[in-house]
Design a protein around this ligand. Structure first.
Ligand code: SAH
Length: 268
């Protein structure tokens, strides 16, 4: 496991705590029934209630299961309990939205399992009891993890290389009106220098190695969590790595095996 904290036990900075003076309130989550429901979300609500599911109760039960599995960060659990995952998946999959499973989101990509999202966010926050500062997410996908992240950090910069998913995430996130989430269409391999340095970087897609640009764009005291290929000896396997940038240098810890979609170059 990783050291709880880089830099001789000092708390990781929220730095850069404020890019702008705007102060976004925590958990501005809106009620599940929209004022003027659009057809699809009305249908989703009908479905989720139609099978006797109350989305809040089902979400709490998902969170309780994650806690039983060993997730202990109450801020992460609370954030997962607030964001309506069923709004981020296709109508036909709504009834599986609160199972601990990844689901297709189109264009060959998947929304990560809630357990994996919880684990990565716990690692990202480890040693930083408060809100994180600015965080870069590589792989917006449907926007679910970006929404959860928005409750845990000051600013979220989330990059997606597929136009179709970038647009989908924008639609999915609209109702939440999260002023601290910035969706960027582009290749995340070179990171996003304009927002750097980041208190945290999190990737939802795994490459052969962690791009040097991400490490360069991490603040001293910042942490990066990403899946990477386990290497030639373990073809097709990935592991989760945690990289801490300390005043003394970069420290990498290898965690458990994981399965993520591949990190790819360019846009499409
Ligand atoms: N966090 C997402 C998970 C999406 S799956 C969610 O909550 O839905 C990972 C995403 O990473 C895919 O959408 C894929 O297109 C994207 N991706 C892969 N390589 C990328 C790159 N170089 N830059 C940006 N996004 C990338």
């Amino acid at each position: 496991m990783t050291q709880p904290n880089p830099g001789s036990g000092k708390l990781r900075p929220g730095f850069p705590a404020r890019l702008e003076t705007r102060n976004t309130p925590v958990a501005p989550v809106r009620p599940s029934t929209p004022q003027r429901p659009v057809a699809v979300s009305a249908y989703k609500n009908t479905l989720i209630h139609g099978v006797g599911l109350d989305s809040s109760a089902v979400r709490q039960s998902m969170v309780a299961k994650l806690a039983q599995q060993g997730m202990t960060d109450s801020a992460v659990l609370q954030a997962l309990g607030s964001i309506e995952r069923h709004r981020f998946v296709d109508t036909a999959l709504v009834n599986q939205a609160y199972e601990d499973t990844s689901l297709p989101i189109g264009l060959g990509q998947t929304i990560s399992k809630p357990g994996v999202v919880a684990r990565m966010l716990e690692l990202l926050r480890q040693g930083s009891p408060g809100r994180l500062g600015r965080v870069l997410e590589i792989g917006t996908g449907c926007g679910y993890q970006a929404a959860v992240l928005s409750l845990l950090c000051q600013e979220v910069y989330s990059m997606e290389r597929l136009r179709g998913l970038h647009d989908k995430a924008r639609n999915n996130l609209r109702h939440l009106r999260l002023a601290n989430v910035h969706l960027l269409f582009g290749d995340g391999m070179p990171g996003y220098a304009k927002g750097a340095p980041y208190a945290g970087i999190i990737a939802a897609a795994g490459g052969e190695a962690v791009p040097q640009a991400w490490i360069d764009q991490l603040a001293v005291g910042g942490r990066l969590v990403a899946p990477v290929s386990a290497g030639a000896m373990h073809a097709g396997k990935q592991v989760l790595v945690v990289i801490d940038k300390t005043p003394q240098g970069v420290r990498q810890s290898v965690m458990e095996g994981v399965y993520f979609v591949p990190l790819k170059s360019g846009i499409a």
